[in-house]
Design a binder for this molecule. Structure first.
Ligand code: HEC
Length: 231
């Protein structure tokens, strides 16, 4: 039963991928604020005005979108948390508080509206690598360091996928949804025209550029230990 439900969720997720619903848009913005805020504000001071303007815009949009969500049991807490997030960003609060609020909001949205956050099939990393080489390196660079030939002309600059701090903040689903919807007001456009599998392959490919081989090995051990414990 659970499996059938999951499959249905994936199918719904795939069908909806072309046009972002308000819920998907909200989820993407929440992920985005969680990852980008530490680059905008540090120690109560704005360190990057362009980034901070984006954070203000996004957190206000998140609050507006929360007001318009379908009425469910989950909505009141989502509205309160979205309002809290907006006031934290406006007050230039500590990045820890902001990422706590985005983390909570993310979870409330996933649970409250049954959002699919995993791919339907195991992503093909080789395919992701090939697509990346064809379509992404002009900005993100051959090694994904954010230093492609166009990078110096862009503000904000293309993301450096090998940055470990950023890697620790984000989720694979967050990468997938940025690839799907793009980021308004930046050179990062939507790749919704690519098939769903390709967007997941790209998300998994760029998502594994930061950790070292040792980190990947250790992560795998944790995962294996977890699945044995579940059996
Ligand atoms: C024309 C330049 C350009 C191209 C081509 C491009 N990007 Fe981007 N991308 C950007 C910029 C600029 C940003 C940063 C946006 C911001 O900071 O708000 C970005 C951000 C991203 C992010 C968000 C990363 C994070 O940590 O939040 C992802 C994921 C991404 N790009 C994936 C891709 C993939 C995959 C491709 C190829 C299919 C691609 N991009 C092609 C310019 C580009």
């Amino acid at each position: 039963m659970r499996k059938i439900l999951l499959v249905l969720l994936y199918l719904l997720g795939t069908a909806a991928a072309q046009a972002a619903t308000p819920l998907q848009r909200m989820q993407q913005l929440v992920d985005y604020v969680g990852v980008d805020y530490p680059g905008a504000v540090a120690g109560g001071e704005v360190v990057n005005p362009v980034e901070y303007a984006e954070m203000l815009d996004f957190s206000r949009t998140i609050q507006d979108l929360a007001e318009g969500l379908p009425v469910t049991e989950a909505r009141p807490e989502i509205r309160t948390t979205a309002a809290l997030l907006n006031s934290l960003v406006t007050a230039r609060s500590d990045a820890h508080q902001v990422s706590e609020a985005t983390g909570k909001l993310r979870q409330l949205l996933i649970n409250g509206y049954d959002l699919a956050v995993t791919p339907a099939r195991t992503p093909d990393l080789q395919r992701g690598k090939a697509l990346f080489a064809q379509q992404c390196t002009s900005c993100h660079g051959v090694e994904g360091k954010g230093n492609g030939p166009l990078a110096s002309t862009l503000e904000p600059a293309p993301t450096n996928f090998t940055d470990l701090d950023r890697y620790r903040q984000r989720t694979l689903h967050g990468l997938y949804s940025t690839i799907t919807h793009g980021v308004n007001g930046t050179a990062m456009k939507s790749y919704a025209k690519l098939p769903d599998d390709d967007r997941w392959a790209l998300a998994f490919y760029v998502g594994q550029l930061a950790p070292t081989d040792l980190m990947k090995f250790e992560g795998k051990q944790v995962l294996l230990a977890g699945s044995i414990a579940l059996d």
